[in-house]
Design a protein around this ligand. Structure first.
Ligand code: ZN
Length: 130
């Protein structure tokens, strides 16, 4: 796969969701399943859809590993957590490697900018996993 950078106003930026989506939908090599999934996911809440897709990707990493003869599950890939915002009406969440948890310590939610996603208590309770 190649990554295309788009010039916008003198700054180099990655292609937008819309640009990438059009590329996939117009590509005859893209599967019908993928095209259908992209289209149907647009009816969902974007955060809910992103979370489900993250789970699906993780699930299929595991399914693929189990399908490969002689392969053992990679412990690295099992060490993932989901952090989420508890503010009413926000619902922001992120699937990430547990090693990155300290990066979020005492930071506010990137979506609603209120609350602390990972507080001291969270750091203590997950200390054994880090
Ligand atoms: Zn939030």
């Amino acid at each position: 796969m190649t990554t295309t950078l788009t010039k916008t106003g003198g700054h180099t930026s990655h292609p937008t969701y819309k640009q990438l989506k059009e590329r996939v939908l117009k590509n005859p090599a893209s599967s019908f399943w993928l095209k259908g999934a992209i289209t149907s996911l647009e009816d969902r809440d974007v955060l809910d859809a992103q979370l489900d897709v993250s789970y699906l990707a993780k699930l299929y990493d595991i399914r693929l590993r189990e399908a490969l003869p002689g392969e053992q599950p990679e412990p690295e890939r099992e060490r993932e957590i989901i952090i989420h915002c508890d503010e009413p009406g926000c619902g922001w969440s992120l699937l990430m490697a547990i090693e990155h948890l300290p990066d979020w310590h005492n930071l506010p939610c990137p979506q609603c900018h209120s609350g602390i996603l990972v507080n001291d208590e969270d750091m203590v309770s997950s200390a054994g996993d880090l």
